[in-house]
Every structure is written in structure tokens, then in C-alpha cells.
Design a protein around this ligand. Sequence first.
Ligand code: IPE
Ligand code: IPE
Ligand code: MG
Length: 251
Amino acid sequence: MSLFSSKSPEIDITDIQLPVHIGIIMDGNGRWAKKRGLPRTAGHKVGAETFRKISRYCSDIGIKYLTVYAFSTENWRRPLEEVNTIMVYFRDYLNEALRDFADDTIRVKFLGDISQFPKDIQELMIENEKMSAVHEGMVLNIAMNYGGRAELVTAMRKIAKMAANGEIKADDIDNAVTEKLISDNLYTAGQPDPDLIIRPSGEYRTSNFLLWQSAYAEYYIDDVLWPDYTKNDLNRALIEYSKRNRRFGGV
Ligand code: IPE
Ligand code: IPE
Ligand code: MG
């Protein structure tokens, strides 16, 4: 056995075609902890570190948009203790980001209905968005209390209100209500659709992530659990993505 056999070689991503927008479903924290006989929350703590590392790496290699799925509309169903501990880690991250991102180029945006979070967390989210709005680097979308269906319902409500208040006329509905109008009323308004969606932890499902936006996203499922996820794992997904033949329904 070679001395270096446990360390896989760095994967070179020079000159490959990078996705403009990457989505990551940060999954597998609980199983990572269980495997080690630790409480699930220990997995969330390490997962939060992985998130810091991978988001920094995406920015460094020139990714323009990164959307991470941090907490779904369905994740409130978990035991209160787990949810409360996740909130503690959110709070820590938001405080740290406020401090560290001030001199950075990353623009932070939250996707989801933030009104269900504790008041101080909501304020931190708003402050983070405001503070980083002037930045011109990577857009970091953090999906928190996000669900693809809830997002579509919110968009439909906005559009229904436009019709009710006369912004959209009854006899113009067929012209006015287009795919673009729906896109423009999602949390990701104005952003390109994701090109690549990565799901660590080996699950083959969307779990309500970017339902509308992912119509033509390339999926990459990785068996690695999120707390173990490395830059090299991301590089592997990027290489695979660069070889995919995207047809968008054409030939
Ligand atoms: C993802 O990891 C984090 C959140 C959903 C908040 P999980 O907690 O879902 O981990 P597994 O899937 O149970 O391993
Ligand atoms: C999706 O993972 C949500 C996040 C990673 C934030 P889940 O663990 O909630 O999804 P399911 O329950 O396995 O579908
Ligand atoms: Mg999970």
C-alpha cells in the first residue's frame, strides 16, 4: 500500500466549462452523525463548516450563482431540539457572515419565507442581504424555509393579486401570464436557472428543491455525506458536468 493511497489526487478543473449556477442539496448530516454514534445535531455542526468551505471555494473558482438548500418547509417536522439547534447554527453563521462578508465580494440572498424564523434571525438575514447587496461577486442563495411548491404558491398569489388590482387585465391574461412572469415572481427572480444540482448522501429525489428552475438542470448524485464533502468531490461533479450533453429538448 502506497504511503499516499488514502489521499485521492487533486482533480484538475482548469479549462473546463463551468456551470454558471450550481445548486446543492446539503444532505446527510444526520446519517454522518449516526455513523459515529453522535447526536444528529453534531452532523449539522460539521455540515455548517462544510457549507462555509464549499461556498468559499465556489466563489474562488468563479461560480456566478450558488444556491444551497439549508432548511426546507418540511424540516419543521423534525424534533424541536434538532430544529432549535439548527437555529443556533444559523444564528452563528449569520453573525459571522455579517462580520466576514463585509470586505468580501459575495452577495447573500435568502430564498424562502423568512417570517417563520425567530425575529433576531430574520433581522440578521435582512442585514446580511443589505450589507452584501453592493457586492459584485458570486450570488450565494441560501434556501431557508424554502420549498419549491410553497415558492410557486407565493408566485401564484402575487400574480392573482396583479389580476385582481387590474395590473393584469382580464382580457389580457393569456398574453400577460407567461413562463417569464412566473420566473419573475419566484425568489430567484432575475437569476439564471441552475445548470447543475448536486445531491450528496445518495438520495435520488428533489425533496422540493427549485422545482420550477430545475427543469433542465443536470443532476449529480454523490454518495458522500455532506459533512464529509470536499472541494475534490465538487471538482468531480464539475468534470462530469462538463462532459454532459445538454439538449434542452433539441437534438
Ligand atoms: C440535511 O441533513 C440538513 C437538513 C435537512 C437541515 P439531514 O439532517 O437531512 O441528514 P440525513 O438525511 O438525516 O442524514
Ligand atoms: C432536503 O433534505 C432538505 C435539505 C437538505 C435542507 P431532507 O433530508 O429534508 O429530504 P428528505 O426528507 O430526505 O427527502
Ligand atoms: Mg436528509
